[in-house]
Design a protein around this ligand. Sequence first.
Ligand SMILES: C[S@@+](CC[C@H](N)C(=O)[O-])C[C@H]1O[C@@H](n2cnc3c(N)ncnc32)[C@H](O)[C@@H]1O
Length: 217
Amino acid sequence: MNITYDYIDGYISSLYSEENPLINEIIKFARERHIPVVCDAAALLLRFLCARERPEKILEVGTAVGCSALMMYYASGCDPKIVTVERNEDMADIAKKNIARAGLENRIEVITADAHEALPMQTGEFDFIFMDAAKGQYLSFLPDLKRLLSPSGLLLCDNVLIRGMVANDALVPHRHKTMTVNMRAFIDAIKNDPTLDFALLSVGDGMLLCQKKRCDI
Ligand SMILES: C[S@@+](CC[C@H](N)C(=O)[O-])C[C@H]1O[C@@H](n2cnc3c(N)ncnc32)[C@H](O)[C@@H]1O
């Protein structure tokens, strides 16, 4: 189910095109196998933000087969260093092969691990963080995301409305209750954090944008 009208999604999708043949091939490969990759509307926003911010260090949580990592790399246009974390070994192996095909294995590092183990090991700061992993787990990553986000960095979280369930209890089947409760707790934690600014956009499956409050104003 979509969070907006089908005709709106269809229209936004019609505006999306991808010039890079490898990325197109990866999207086709993923969609044929029901491997989740960013939807067209989310891809448009992701590419726009990377082109605008030109982040030099990017962290991604949830690589799948490397599609969004490659999108971010090319959209940034500044030869960024990307660290991307994927817990599924088969997916991570495919992502590594895709990244090697692009000749970017020195720029995009795929860490095969659960992000609960990988994020605490990361040091330094990232100018852009893309959170696109298990929806019920976002809250547990928040302390590391805050630690790793640079003072002027941008955190973009995908799928935060979970097909509308986060906004409407009547849509939540029993099996998705915990995931939905956890996502609401994540959004509340960001909303109530005096050090963070955020916006929640009904783009794709819901995208949350977050930055550290500027203390120089
Ligand atoms: C929506 S897909 C990522 C799609 C990818 N960002 C793209 O658009 O090309 C989510 C991925 O996150 C991975 N994942 C989920 N929870 C994770 C965790 N705790 N640590 C690492 N990877 C995780 C899943 O295995 C899955 O491949």
